[in-house]
Write a protein that binds this ligand. Structure first.
Ligand code: G6P
Length: 614
């Protein structure tokens, strides 16, 4: 949560910072601000409530000159969203300005200490405490900014990625991180700073990812220096980022979410590229080759994840248990990390995360590592914190996902989990060859089948208009379709603010059936598989109570089409691959309902894409 950007070089900083903030807006968008050292050597701070566009309007007549600056887009943790709580925060004397992503957990204690020394605070944020603390240390000990930052951060408990400007030292930005991401971009006579590489790639592909408790000393005209809190110099390899700018634009679509839904056939090809051989007879994941013995020796897999990634984990459980016959537990990372779980060195923990930065998932990884478990990451964002904290893993390679509601990352995660389960099962000889080959062959047909589903876009848009009245939705599925029901419900509530519940279809009669009346839309995933007849009975139960059934069925189904109010016909596939197909119409349904209701689809209220606070 929260996005931070910085620039120092020869160009005007403001346009670079604003463009960068727009790229990072997915991380939070309740207020934004910028600090610039102007051509007249003033340290100007401008802040506005709302999105980055509000900040742009606010600064219209202001002095936005300067070639050094930092900027921030916020997702509120401490203090309501308003311009006073927006970052950057000045220190008391207005000599320093600071931006922060993370949480200073002991801010109350530090604040009291500073208040007892006469400091007053304008905002209710934890961040203002940090900038005041730095200034207090700087004044008390007459030391330079770097040393003051180092000393202040040693007093801090919590997570931070920060950048600080000092009016008296206009050619320098000090930046530091712990548990919140920070990337330094290295250009020709210029440096960039950002929460991820997306604001940087336009100018340079050379980056350094800071590690925890490292501080970047970025000085105009000097080489980048990175030191630790105790002031040891660190060496870092410069990495090259492979992001293309087109991936960061809407490319003619009205929303990133729709673009990302439509990208799925290509994403799944990218995800499988080089992993399924040309003959379609083998699946290779390099992580499994490198750590085959360790993975096969696992007594148990534990999947940790949050949100949509957790739903992918539920599908992963079924895939691994079905094919590999190894028990799998799926845990919310936020629960796992705090409940003293039983973990040992025979366990393999799979951490699933699109962003690779989710604080709870990262903490779950660290906890499992400390108990000796082997950690396998399934992430999208290359070079992010979770892949760096794991022993090995597989990227999903679906490209940047910008819409806050996750779509293509989910299908990418399920694809990698399928390939992982198949690879392990073959190595373990727990799957027969014929079944293995049939699934691999079918996996290769999935992108074409996804394209068929996308042709339903217009009809799903039409259908959606009928449901804007609804205050509640139920989503039902069984087996592999149950996590899809959860994911469909999550998509709808995230972006349309309609309450929706996903349920295992057979559990409906233990509670949710009481909710069914003529007003209640019930989405049932009822494609043809071993549980088809059972799901059919569940549909009958809903219809007997006059619920409105929207059924996802296999093309050519003539039974359910006679009972359900509406059917969405989908291409047939093997049951274990069905989630890759059935998720897509639910993404489209949620999208179109939200559009009909006039909602901000890409940036729904109160949410953020990268949840770097617990
Ligand atoms: C946030 C996002 C969700 C995402 C979840 C986990 O809540 O809004 O879309 O599923 O975080 O994120 P991760 O990056 O770890 O997959």
């Amino acid at each position: 949560m929260c996005g931070i950007v910085g620039y120092i070089g020869k160009k005007d900083a403001y346009p670079i910072l604003i463009k960068g903030l727009k790229r990072l807006e997915y991380r939070g968008y309740d207020s934004a601000g910028v600090a610039l050292i102007s051509d007249k050597q003033a340290l100007n701070v401008y802040k506005a409530k709302g999105k980055v566009s509000e900040l742009e309007a606010f600064v219209a007549e202001k002095d936005i000159s300067g070639t050094t600056g930092i900027a921030h887009t916020r997702w509120a943790t401490h203090g309501e969203p308003c311009s006073i709580n927006a970052h950057p925060h000045y220190s008391s004397s207005e000599r320093l300005a600071l931006i922060h992503n993370g949480i200073i957990e002991n801010y109350a204690v530090l604040k009291e200490k500073l208040q007892s020394k006469g400091y007053t605070f304008k905002s209710s944020t934890d961040t203002e405490v940090l900038v005041q603390l730095i200034e207090y240390i700087q004044n008390k000990q007459s030391i330079d900014l770097l040393t003051a930052v180092q000393l202040a951060l040693r007093e801090v408990i919590g997570a931070y990625a920060i950048a600080v400007l000092d009016h008296n030292n206009p050619d320098c930005i000090i930046a530091a991180r712990k548990s919140s991401p920070l990337v330094v971009g290295i250009g020709e006579d210029e440096f960039f700073l950002a929460s991820d590489a997306t604001p940087i790639v336009e100018y340079t592909d050379k980056v350094i990812y800071l590690d925890d408790e490292e501080i970047a000393v970025i000085r105009r005209g000097e080489p980048l220096k990175i030191v630790t809190l105790p002031n040891m110099e660190c060496e870092h390899e410069i990495q090259t980022v492979a992001l293309n700018l087109g991936q960061l634009e809407k490319g003619g679509y009205p929303h990133f979410m729709l673009k990302e839904i439509f990208e799925q056939p290509d994403c799944i090809c990218d995800c499988m590229r080089g992993r399924i051989n040309v003959e379609g007879t083998n699946v290779v994941l390099s992580a499994v080759i490198d750590y085959k013995e360790r993975l096969l020796a696992a007594k148990r897999f534990i999947i940790v994840a949050c949100g949509t990634s957790w739903h992918a984990g539920l599908i992963g459980k079924q895939l691994i248990e079905t094919f590999c016959r190894i028990p799998v537990e799926v845990e919310y990372a936020s629960e796992f990390r705090y409940r003293d779980p039983v973990i040992d060195s025979n366990d393999v923990v799979i951490a699933i995360s699109q962003s690779g930065e989710t604080a709870d998932t990262l903490a779950a990884v660290e906890l499992a590592k400390s108990h000796g478990a082997f950690i396998y990451g399934i992430c999208n964002s290359v070079g992010s914190s979770i892949p760096r904290a794991t022993h090995t893993g597989s990227y999903i390679h679906v490209g940047p996902e910008i819409g806050v509601a996750s779509t293509k990352a989910f299908t990418g995660q399920v694809t990698v989990l399928t390939m992982l389960a198949l690879t392990l099962a073959r190595a373990k000889k727990s799957i027969d060859e014929e079944r293995f080959l049939a699934i691999v062959k079918e996996l290769e047909h999935i992108p074409d089948k996804m394209k068929e589903v996308l042709q339903l876009n217009n009809s799903i848009a039409e259908l959606s208009k009928m449901f804007t009245y609804a205050h509640n939705f139920i989503y039902l599925g069984r087996g592999f379709a149950y996590p899809v029901a959860l994911e469909g419900a999550l998509k709808l509530k995230e972006i349309s603010y309609i309450h929706a519940e996903g349920y295992p279809a057979a559990e409906m009669k233990h509670g949710p059936i009481a909710l069914i009346d003529t007003e209640m839309p019930v989405v049932v995933i009822a494609t043809r598989n071993d549980l088809y007849e059972k799901v059919l009975s569940n549909i009958q139960e809903i219809k007997a109570r006059k619920g409105k059934v929207i059924a996802l069925v296999t093309k050519g189904d003539e039974v359910i089409s006679r009972i359900a109010d509406t059917c969405i016909e989908l291409p047939e596939t093997i049951e274990c691959l069905d989630p890759l197909i059935t998720t897509m119409p639910l993404q489209l349904l949620a999208y179109h309902v939200a559009v009909c209701k006039g909602m901000d689809v890409d940036q729904p209220r109160n949410l953020a894409k990268s949840v770097t606070v617990e």
